[in-house]
Design a protein around this ligand. Structure first.
Ligand code: HEM
Length: 441
């Protein structure tokens, strides 16, 4: 049947890169494909391990791509105007065919991306992968800093998207979030004014957040991500490959026995043996096609399925339309900023008529110090090259524990802020009922 045959041919043409039949085809698959040519021809087996990177960076990028695809379709349906934003989201949710799925996947992927990028950073820290190995020209500390900027951009992307439905949840989360930012000394008020496009959250804010959300921030993420990946190549691949190369330093590799030979009986000699300082290519690397490509496909598929299932389980909320006159009690920031809101509350202390400003301590100084520490740490960490690319290296025990403790505290505060804080930010166990609150105008 000619139709079946031509379909099979088209399928083969489309997919031959995933199942090369020779080393030459495997090489061609990478070099000749626009999308694949940025991968190395061969990759160390250690980098492909599931346990080392947990593929969290790849998962973050797949989630970003889901956000781009669903976001572009949402742009055809959403209207960024104070009068129409809420009703357009309501239409997407209840009128447009599969609109709820589109909006839900966009929302779940956004939440997941914040978490995936955070845990990717945690894994990079715990494997000491922000340090240089033996590759010439490596600059992993720079890639760590690029990563921190990517994390901040991811948070901003999510934060700017939060406002767009223009419901009570959106309006008040952004009010709380920007109020925290405004407590920075000297520049705080100006910063809030600049972010909101005025003193109140209104049309100026909506259009500002919209442009940042659909164009400026995604572009920045895309550009920086490309640089992030290019640096991974320049830095000699993942740090675990560096560690493998170190394990095979010439002194650790048993010398290969040299052969003696004679040429036509005229001259005798021994083979010249050149020792390799990098990983033993034959034994420890495999062609990227199909080994890396198949794993990337699998990770993409699993991330997509997980996002899809979570979207069906947790429907995206849509509260009453934004109303500046009705303040919910409690008014909460987005979940990834709730640890800051929690610290702001704990550090706000009233002694008589004197008040210690928690917003300054918890909202600005503490995150500022944490950020500065994160940027400085790769240059401060003097642990040896042996601990690069190794999970929980003994040498880095103390710093790993300090890092884990800080992350654990952030997560605990987030959980408290999300589930255990009620009216006036009082503490309530999940089984305790909240008191009836009069609506504040
Ligand atoms: C949008 C956010 C980000 C994306 C899409 C991303 C993507 C990736 C990918 C795909 C890799 C290859 C290995 C892997 O999958 O783990 C990687 C490696 C790396 N990332 Fe990220 N990343 C992001 C944010 C970050 C952050 C927040 C940090 C740290 C602060 C960071 C630091 C690094 C470093 C140092 C490497 C090299 C790791 C190694 O050699 O083992 N990245 N990133």
């Amino acid at each position: 049947m000619p139709v079946i045959e031509s379909t099979k041919k088209a399928y083969d043409k489309l997919t031959w890169t995933w199942r090369p039949s020779s080393d030459k085809e495997a090489g061609d698959a990478i070099v000749k494909n626009l999308l694949l040519h940025w991968f190395p021809n061969k990759i160390s087996k250690a980098s492909l391990s599931w346990n080392y990177s947990m593929w969290l960076g790849t998962i973050s990028f797949v989630l970003f791509m889901i956000l781009v695809f669903t976001g572009v379709i949402l742009m055809f349906l959403y209207v960024p105007s104070v009068e129409r934003a809420y009703s357009s989201v309501k239409d997407i949710e209840f009128v447009v065919s599969f609109g709820w799925l589109l909006r839900g996947m966009h929302r779940i992927a956004a939440h997941l991306m914040v978490a995936a990028v955070f845990f990717h950073m945690v894994r990079v820290f715990l494997t000491g992968a922000y340090k240089n190995g033996s590759a010439i020209g490596a600059n992993r500390p720079l890639n760590w800093i690029i990563g921190i900027v990517l994390l901040l951009l991811t948070l901003l992307l999510s934060f700017t998207g939060y406002l767009l439905p223009w419901d009570q949840l959106a309006y008040w989360a952004i009010t709380v979030g920007t109020n925290i930012a405004s407590s920075a000394p000297l520049v705080g008020k100006a910063m809030r004014f600049f972010l909101l496009g005025g003193n109140t959250i209104d049309q100026n804010t909506l259009i500002r957040f919209y442009v940042l959300h659909v164009f400026f921030l995604p572009m920045m993420v895309l550009l920086l991500f490309s640089y992030h990946m290019w640096r991974v190549r320049k830095d000699g691949g993942l740090a675990v490959a560096d560690h493998e190369a170190l394990d095979q330093r010439p002194e650790k590799i048993a010398p290969v026995k040299s052969k003696t030979y004679s040429l036509l009986g005229i001259t005798n000699g021994t083979t010249v043996h050149v020792q390799n300082t990098m990983v033993d290519e034959e034994k420890n690397t495999v062609p990227s096609s199909p080994h890396l490509l198949r794993r990337i496909w699998l990770v993409t598929l699993l991330t997509f399925v997980a996002t899809f299932l979570l979207t069906i389980i947790f429907r995206a909320p849509l509260e009453a339309p934004a109303n500046p006159a009705v303040t919910p009690n409690p008014a909460k920031a987005p979940w990834y900023f709730l640890w800051l809101q929690e610290i702001v509350t704990i550090t706000t202390v009233k002694i008589g008529s004197f008040t210690i400003n928690g917003a300054l301590i918890g909202g600005i100084l503490l995150p500022g110090i944490l950020l500065a520490l994160a940027i400085w740490w790769p240059y401060r960490d003097k642990s040896s090259i042996n601990s690069v690319g190794v999970w929980f290296a003994k040498e880095r025990k103390i710093q790993n524990w300090v890092f884990i403790s800080i992350c654990a505290l952030i997560i605990i505060f987030m959980i408290i802020g999300t589930f255990l804080r009620g009216p006036y930010w009082n503490f309530y166990w999940p089984w305790e009922a909240w008191p009836e609150m009069p609506v504040k105008f």
